[in-house]
Design a protein around this ligand. Sequence first.
Ligand code: SR1
Ligand code: MG
Length: 405
Amino acid sequence: MSKFDSYFLMKDADVIEYAQLKVPQKEWDVATMQSKEIGDGNLNYVFKVTDAKGHSVIVKQAGPVARISEAMVLDTDRNRLESEILILQGSLAPGYVPEIYDFDTTMSACCMEDLSDHMIMRTAMLQHKIFPKFAEQISTFMAQVLMGTTDVVLDHQKKKELQRKFISPELCDITEQLVYTEPYNDERGQNNVYPPNADFVKEKLYGDQALHLEVAKLKMDFMTRAQSLIHGDLHTGSIFINEESTRVFDPEFAFYGPMGYDIGNVIANMIFAWCNGDAYGESEFCAWVETVIKDVINLTMEKLEQYYDEHVTDTMAKTPGYKEYYMASILADTSAVTGLELIRRTVGMANVKDITTIPDEKARVRAERICITAAIDYIKNRDDKHCGNCFLNTLKDAVKAVDGQ
Ligand code: SR1
Ligand code: MG
């Protein structure tokens, strides 16, 4: 019998014992072990356990309610889902996710590789750091995991088993509400609208029926198109980075959905980074982000296409012209989700520090308007974004439009 035979929410002292039990291969120096809760996400508890001999591990535990709101009751089984997906992603894209040492469905906790030699990418973006290998690395990760889990490539029965295994209705519901519904109507009164932009948001988001129609189409598509095993929350807070390496974590929102959801999340969060850099006059950083926006689109599409050519198994997907049709739909989804993520992080319940920490009121108003203006174009004109430059031009046009107002 151990104290971890039934679920409870752990504190630091418990986590120290837990790490000894679950990760004995670390040969812990028990007397000097310490634990610190380092989580700053919206849902879970994340502890870093260390000892004086340089051993360390990350322990992540799912609580029964979200950290961001106790009213959000969530199945703690999401921790298993997350661990199993990281293991699967690691097999499809080796070296791009943290190693999982153990996961435990009783405590809804997992023990994983400590990536303290990396930074959380959003934190690095707020410090305007540049990572020349990022576009190459994230595009490889996305191409291998996203195309590697499609019906184009996988045996269809195996794909359906994965689809059945990796689904969390509650987490999908969060996305359906926070990304695809509330930013357009504030139906639960939980949007965070920056007061100086209240009228702008009313007119551009709450009042635009044509926009609502496009978002309705996209929402139903998100809920019904089981294309790839997507990460489901691939923002810069779900990426660890350093000069040499990019590691993706926190895939608890993963399920079978349109792959453009992940690619669009990466692009939107680079645009938030750009807006922050721009507000601080960091021109070198912004120039790098612009290159990343272009390269992530171009490289991801190239690599998806190459993966398709090399691994396609479905007979009908080999029909001339089908691949081009499929790729065009991915680009359109990517554009739409870039817009949806830009909007929901600007006016919705879960915001991003890139925007909320811009101290000057005028600069923040401008940054938010740039995001919203670009976003509407990414959504409404999603079929016209055919390359990396098109994505960048939408941002540049939004800057011009806002500065000309
Ligand atoms: C209630 S959770 C709010 C947001 O945080 C997560 O990172 C997801 O992006 C979710 O939408
Ligand atoms: Mg998260």
